[in-house]
Design a protein around this ligand. Structure first.
Ligand SMILES: C[S@@+](CC[C@H](N)C(=O)[O-])C[C@H]1O[C@@H](n2cnc3c(N)ncnc32)[C@H](O)[C@@H]1O
Length: 289
């Protein structure tokens, strides 16, 4: 019965408001993500065999089932409504993926996200915001979070797809947005590299808010050193990239530092161009205690 009233409520909502309306207790009601949205969600999340996917508020199970069918990903859908969990189980069986796609009756605020590599959700904006502390505390760097229509407030997204959908009658009418966040490593602090081919000692001072980095780079010792210009910085999970230009020992360089940042170390390579020649050399950096 509740599902029936839910559909009516959403159709009515389409004519008077673009907001999904919560139930009186603040719970997100059941509305499906259209197939084209599920496709974009999975495109951004890139699930693969070996991933553990969780759909928070799984409804009829379509996201978890599709991830299992198309990518062989193991997934869990949790929903507060037992009838939807039963429906999702039936749908998974019908799709032949019941060993990969499982469903539990559970409050999404109690779902254990440790070890989960992909989180998907189509929830109310205020529920998304309440989930942020849990997502940042429990997910590991590199985990992907994908949300239909609503963002995570102050946490800037890494990617967003917007698509027109005639059938979309709740939230933003006639269109959907799909957001991706990749949980970032902790890159804060002072990092030191020894790069003999490029002035010797490099020092990177990094401040960070979510995945957004502010980096100061300096090359050479404190007496004869030079500040470099950091033109771009990107942190995506454990992958860090810095585009840096400047003059080292009288010669101008363009460089691209790229590496994997984990456990206080960065390992990767540096592409160096002096305008005539380009070469790639290894890059190692360690965080100062
Ligand atoms: C908008 S629907 C999304 C369904 C599905 N994820 C999709 O995108 O098609 C939100 C779902 O969240 C469930 N839900 C709402 N509050 C919940 C809670 N506290 N814990 C678990 N599920 C919840 C609802 O029952 C509903 O099925």
């Amino acid at each position: 019965m509740r599902l029936f009233f839910c559909s009516i409520l959403f159709c009515a909502a389409a004519t008077v408001s673009v907001q999904i309306r919560a139930w009186d207790d603040g719970t997100t009601p059941f509305v499906v993500s259209p197939d084209a949205v599920v496709e974009r969600m999975l495109y951004l999340a890139q699930p693969k065999a070996g991933d553990r996917l969780v759909d928070l508020g799984s409804g009829d199970g379509r996201i978890v089932i599709e991830a299992a069918k198309r990518f062989g990903a193991k997934g869990l859908g949790v929903d507060i409504d037992p009838r939807l969990v039963n429906l999702a189980r039936v749908n998974a069986k019908r799709a032949g993926v019941e060993s990969l796609a499982t469903f539990e009756v559970q409050d999404l605020f109690e779902t254990d996200l440790r070890g989960v590599s992909v989180v998907t959700m189509y929830l109310l904006p205020e529920v998304n915001l309440q989930l942020v502390p849990r997502l940042t505390a429990q997910l590991k760097p590199g985990a992907r979070i994908v949300s239909h229509d609503y963002d995570l407030g102050a946490w800037p997204f890494d990617e967003m797809i917007e698509l027109a959908l005639a059938e979309k009658m709740v939230g933003p009418l006639g269109r959907s947005r799909v957001f991706l966040w990749v949980v970032p490593s902790d890159a804060r602090g002072r990092w030191i590299s020894e790069i003999q081919e490029l002035g010797g000692r490099w020092q990177f001072d990094v401040t960070q808010k979510y995945q957004v980095l502010d980096v100061d780079a300096r090359v050479g010792n404190s007496a004869g050193g030079a500040n470099m210009v950091v033109r771009g910085a990107r942190l995506r999970g454990e992958e860090i990239r810095l585009a840096i230009t400047g003059v080292v020992e009288g010669k101008g360089y363009n460089t691209l530092f790229a590496g994997k940042l984990a456990d206080g170390r960065i390992e990767g390579n540096i592409r160096i161009s002096d305008g005539e020649n380009t070469k790639t050399i290894p890059w190692k950096a360690t965080r100062q205690p």
